[in-house]
Ligand binder design. Structure first.
Ligand code: G3P
Length: 215
């Protein structure tokens, strides 16, 4: 499974790239706002530090606007793909943008039917939101499984990005189902590294190493 980081924070991106596990970056307007910057400036900066796909969200309300904004965002750097929120206007825009060779990440996907439409229209990525379904008492993992099951019946090149990840269990569940990509917040990536028995084992090895040096 490819690992994307779900952030617009440059230090976090640098750090995870340094771990040797980074396959991509996803941003959204909320993540960009947290960094007190704008999408164009920030995705250009990200493209300057890592050589991986980067999602930048277009916010126009209609297809002509999404197409214009999508072209503009994609022209910033060859690694930039355009994130569009699932709706009729976005489907129309995906058809045009993908026809021009611009990758689209269809976001805010909650059902396999939405994913099917996005894939048919030509989306390069679809992003089912697992955590936000769990938030309302639904089963985000089950929805992700349904998206994967439907798309795998056909020959789509669309890759599924497990998004709105809230913890290591979401990552495990996505990987166990063979999801193509998970976009993971920085804190969850850190949680994935640790295990109390690993930490305890390291401390014991350090203690015994120090003891053995003295003998
Ligand atoms: O970037 C899209 C998605 O991963 C956002 O997640 O935590 O805001 O539901 P969240």
């Amino acid at each position: 499974m490819k690992i994307f980081i779900d952030t617009a924070n440059l230090d976090m991106i640098r750090e995870i790239d340094g771990w040797g596990v980074l396959d991509g970056v996803t941003t959204n307007p909320s993540l960009i706002a947290k960094e007190n910057t704008d999408v164009r400036t920030r995705v250009k900066e990200i493209a300057g530090i890592v050589d991986v796909p980067i999602s930048a969200e277009a916010m126009a309300p209609d297809a002509p606007g999404m197409i214009r904004e999508g072209r503009e965002l994609a022209s910033i750097h060859e690694n930039i793909n355009v994130k569009l929120p699932m709706c009729v206007e976005a489907l129309k825009a995906v058809k045009v943008l993908s026809g021009e060779g611009i990758d689209v990440n269809m976001t805010l996907i909650f059902t396999p039917q939405q994913a099917l439409l996005a894939a048919k229209a030509g989306a390069r990525y679809v992003s089912p939101f697992i955590g936000r379904l769990d938030d309302i008492g639904a089963d985000g993992t089950e929805a992700l499984g349904q998206v994967l099951a439907v798309l795998s019946n056909y020959g789509f090149e669309t890759e599924v990005i497990a998004a709105s990840i809230r913890g290591p269990m979401h990552v495990f569940e996505a990987a166990a189902m063979g999801c193509d990509i998970a976009t993971i917040p920085y804190n969850v990536l850190q949680q994935m590294v640790s295990h109390p028995k690993t930490d305890e084992g390291i401390q014991n090895f350090i203690k015994d190493y120090e003891k053995s040096k003295k003998t």
